[in-house]
Design a binder for this molecule. Sequence first.
Ligand SMILES: [Zn+2]
Length: 504
Amino acid sequence: MACLPVPYPDELLYSVIARYGVYAGITSPKQLLDEVFQNRKIIASVAFQGHLSQISAHYQGNSDLTPYKLLQGHTLFPLYSPFVYPNIAAQAKHELLTDCRHSAEVQLGKAASKVKSPHYLRYCPFCVTAQIEQYGEPFWIRRWQLPSLSVCAEHGAQLINSPILISEAHRHQFTALSPNVLLHSTPNLTNSKITMITAYAQQLLNLPERLIHPAQWSYFYQDLAYQLGFVRGKHVLHELIANLVLGYWGSHTLSCFGIAVSKEDTNWLKCLFRKHRKSFSYLQHLLVWQACYEQKLDIANILSTASALPHAPYEDIPISTEPVVVDQTRRAKWQRAVAKFGVKGARQNGFAHLYTWLYRHDKQWLMQFNQSSAKPKIAKTGRVDWSKRDKRYVRQLILLINKAETQLGSSRHTVTWLVTHAHIPLSQIKYLEKLPLCKLFFNKYCETIEEYQCRRIAMACIRCIAKHQILRTWRIERMAGLNEKRTRPLASQLLGFAVKYEPS
Ligand SMILES: [Zn+2]
């Protein structure tokens, strides 16, 4: 038995095996394979390390390190499994868990995906520092190796490519994250939407397994279009969906992700909202969800809703105008749910399945009932008391800023940040002309880039002094995520004062 180290949270199995090699002083890749797998032909895989039952056997029955738990917690399998045909996911899982050759990269669509996996192993220098502080050594983790996303969600910083190339030529080699692969470059900070989607991808990695059939995804997206109000009759209004998604992300970002939305009728975004004939990558799903829900995106809820939808192929489900079955209990349940949450709210609060059932079996009643329940709301929106609303919002904003001014570590205070943290719906920003007090507030309290840099410098100095470290320009810059080129004049002046300061 090789004495494999216990994986750290989120650590790749690839990294665990590499660390074992370092501990045992093994320099030959073949010898390492011999000791761990008793087989020199095993392939080292960053995303999907296979032969999990053999790896698990080294832990001698530790119930936290079963082959299945290793798969879910220490490979990228959870990023792919909810989005492919369940039988394919099950086949790939079986092959990875048992001691056999696997073709997970091909089966799960990683190899052919437009969403490209990184060529080099990557790391975040801030996380590495934290790992060394907490565990005494650095190690490769899953969330640095997400396809098409090259950002650390924890630190909002661009990841750095290590010199370790993930290639055929090194396919039998496990390389540890040791100090000599670190490059000591300072990462750039990145835009907050990309940081947010990376954080969502990270959540996805840590959710329990859900197998969802493409037919269920078809229903889910039809339902989503309906919720957004982007349906006329039976037709999905693809143009409005494209406006929403492209308006949120910008076409440049989508191109950088490798999934630009073309003008063609068969572009992936249209296909996502039609009957699914193929699988889509995790990133395509996530970026549509984020554009629709932003900060309110609840991935666990989406996966559980989608997995409860019908399995039968999209066209096979009769959408009848006459009720096939009149189920008074279900009707009453839906009426109660709508009374409590409203039509849209009921579907978001655990009644989506009931809605789908009624839609399929009792559509006419459902539509009539929903329409009659929606009417009063429409009447109300015409008579908004903007002045009252303005005062209420500005009160919420003042409460927030009083709190935020003493919390130096928060993100940059932009309009979006202030609005979301004051619990004001983001959609209200477009009515700013009707909200003069709020407008005045934003003019006064939104932070410029320069002001935000100064705040980060102050934070870095406080952390240095707390750790009894000498205030050095490079140290403060690194902690604050700044570099010479990007630092604005006022911030660099402040930095100059700070390094001359000697705490008593
Ligand atoms: Zn990080």
